[in-house]
Design a protein. Sequence first.
Length: 231
Amino acid sequence: MLEHELDERTHQLQFANNARTQLLAASHDLRQPMHALGLFVAQLRGLVCEVEQKRIVEQIDAAASALRERFNELIELAKVDSAAAKVSSRDKIADPSAAVSVSRDRTKGKLIVLIDDDKLVLDGTCGLLRSWGCGVVTADSGSGALAALADQRGPPDLIISDYRLSDGKTGIEAIAELRGAFPKFIPAFLVSGDISQAPLRETQASGFHLLYKPVDPMTLRAMLNRLLKTK
């Protein structure tokens, strides 16, 4: 009887570990479209003018926010080491002034380089930044960003890069490549859908801020203002 109970317990633990592994594997892929959804909703809010349209957008936003919160709770329930706990805490570091006042907004007129290999995320972030009055140069790699900057008159004001890029390099390497092409220091930060320890360790060691996808648009804007303040 005891042996049977032990086998059953072992089976349950194996099942739980397999479920946790599958959830972790799916986490990054799920975070990408959730992140893009929040960015598109934020853009839409600035475009609608009719009362009924605004109500619908707010409902979509509420649903997207609830989905984001439930997803993070699910990750925490899976007890994904300490990185899962840092998903929310790292976002809050950048969110002390989530409602950025117009008088303190430093984003307008700034040239932002955006590096990401996910087209939906790239389009969503680009559209949102432009709605805030930013100029945007987009690319899926550091070298691609350098090529795109050839048409600009000067260096960018800030760089945002995804942590893992399709060319096998990290956003840290892409940022270093861009910084090496200009004499003036360029502030930068990273975003990632990867909640494992590696991105956190590497970004902290390199002195970068890291925001985990899905990023709330106002958290994104607060981070922009925070780093542009140092220029």
